[in-house]
Design a protein around this ligand. Structure first.
Ligand code: WQD
Length: 335
C-alpha cells in the first residue's frame, strides 16, 4: 500500500519511513528539504538496502499533490511536514500559519477530492498547555495555545475533526507527541537541528561533543523532586512505530466518519537533571552544565497517560531512556 509521507526526510519522518517499509507499506516522501538534508535519502537507502521514492516539493502545491495521488495510487498520508520552532513562530506567525495550516487545508482538499481517505496528523502534547493534573489523558482539557506554533497544532486537530464530521470521505488520527529523542540504532539517521538547538537533547549532545561550551538548565526551583522540569522523553523509533499502528487502525475502519487522537509518550516523567545524569552514566561522559533562570513559557511538568494508546492503538513505547540517550550520543558522534 502506497503511503505519502510529507516531511519524510525529517527527524520523525525518516524513522517512520524505515518502520513503514518494515511493516510492508510503501512510503513515498514529499519534502521540500527546508529543514532537512537530502543526504537522508541516501542514508535511508543504506539502512533499507533499496531506494525510497521522493518528491522535492512543498505541500502547498495542490496540483502536484493531485498528480502524486493519481500516479502513485496513494492510499494514505502521514503528514509530518511543518515548521516547529516555538520562538520563531512568535516572530513569524504568518509563516507558521502558511506552512502548518494552509498546507494542511490544501492536503485535505486534495485527499478528499482524489479518494485518499487515511490520514495521520502530527500533533503535540503542547495542546495540553500546563495541565492541572499529570499524567495527562486524552480527556485532559486542551488549553489556549501559548504560541502560534502550538496554535497550529490545536487548530490543525480542529480542522481535521470538522472535516471528518462534515461527512467528507476521510478517516483520521492525530498523534500527540511528547518529547522525541534518540536516533536510529545504525546512527545513520537522527535529529539534524539547524543552528543553535532549542531542544534539550541536541543541545546536550552538542555540549558533550565539545561543540557548545555548557548546557544551561533552565530553572532548578520548580516544584518537582529536584527543582527541574519534567518531560516524557520518547525514543523516536517507538514514536515512528506508532504511525504504523495508526495506519493499521485507520485501514481497519470501514466507515469514513472516524477521527480520534492519542498520546504518544512513554508514560514516564523524567526531570531535566535525571536525563542529564542518565546521559552521563550510560555514555560515561561528563557533561558541562550549570543552572540558569527559568525559560519563559516553559511547562513545569507533563507526561502522558498512555492507556488509550495501549488499548485502542495496540501500541506502547518499548525502548528505555538509557537506550535513547545512548543512540542520541552515537548519532551525535557521527556528525
Ligand atoms: C525540555 C526541557 C527546558 C534546553 C518542545 C516544543 C513543544 C513540543 C514539545 C512539539 C525544558 C529544558 C531545554 C536547554 C534546558 N514539541 N532545557 N536547557 O519545552 O518540552 O518543548 O517539545 O510539538 O512545542 O517546544 O522541549 O527540549 O525545549 O525542553 O534546561 O538548553 O529542557 O527548559 O524544561 P519542550 P525542550
Amino acid at each position: 500500500m502506497n503511503i505519502l509521507v510529507t516531511g519524510g526526510a525529517g527527524f520523525i519522518g525518516s524513522h517512520t519511513v524505515v518502520e513503514l517499509i518494515g511493516a510492508g507499506f510503501e512510503p513515498i516522501i514529499l519534502d521540500d528539504f527546508s529543514n532537512s538534508d537530502k543526504s537522508v535519502l541516501q542514508r535511508l537507502e543504506t539502512i533499507l538496502g533499496r531506494p525510497v521514492k521522493h518528491y522535492a516539493a512543498d505541500c502547498n502545491d495542490a496540483a502536484l499533490l493531485t498528480r502524486i495521488f493519481k500516479e502513485e495510487a496513494i492510499q494514505g498520508v502521514i503528514h509530518f511536514a511543518a515548521s516547529k520552532a516555538v520562538g520563531e513562530s512568535v516572530e513569524k506567525p504568518l509563516l507558521y500559519y502558511r506552512n502548518n495550516i494552509s498546507s494542511l487545508v490544501t492536503l485535505l482538499e486534495a485527499m478528499t477530492a482524489n479518494g485518499v481517505s487515511n490520514f495521520v496528523f502530527s500533533s503535540s502534547c503542547t495542546v495540553y498547555g500546563q495541565p492541572e493534573q499529570i499524567p495527562v489523558t486524552e480527556d485532559t482539557p486542551v488549553q489556549p495555545a501559548a504560541s502560534p506554533y502550538g496554535n497550529t497544532k490545536q487548530v490543525g486537530e480542529e480542522i481535521i475533526r470538522d472535516t471528518v464530521a462534515s461527512g467528507a470521505p476521510l478517516k483520521a488520527l492525530a498523534l500527540r507527541y511528547f518529547n522525541p529523542i534518540g536516533a536510529h540504532h545504525t546512527a545513520l539517521i537522527g535529529e539534524l537541528p539547524r543552528g543553535v538547538p532549542a531542544n534539550l537533547v541536541p543541545y546536550l549532545t552538542q555540549t558533550a561533543a565539545g561543540l557548545r561550551e555548557k548546557l544551561m538548565v533552565f530553572g532548578n526551583d520548580y516544584d518537582t523532586v529536584d527543582g527541574t522540569c519534567i518531560r516524557d522523553f520518547i525514543h523516536v523509533v517507538d514514536l515512528a512505530k506508532a504511525h504504523v499502528k495508526a495506519l493499521e487502525l485507520l485501514i481497519k475502519q470501514d466507515t469514513h466518519n472516524y477521527y480520534d487522537y492519542f498520546n504518544i509518550g512513554t508514560g514516564r516523567g523524567t526531570t531535566v537533571l535525571e536525563l542529564i545524569h542518565t546521559f552521563e552514566r550510560v555514555n560515561q561522559v561528563k557533561l558541562n552544565y550549570a543552572f540558569a533562570p527559568r525559560r519563559a513559557g516553559d511547562i513545569v511538568a507533563i507526561y502522558a497517560d498512555v492507556s488509550k494508546s495501549v488499548e485502542k492503538l495496540n501500541w506502547k513505547a518499548e525502548k528505555t531512556l538509557d537506550e535513547a540517550l545512548a543512540d542520541a550520543w552515537r548519532w551525535q558522534q557521527t556528525l
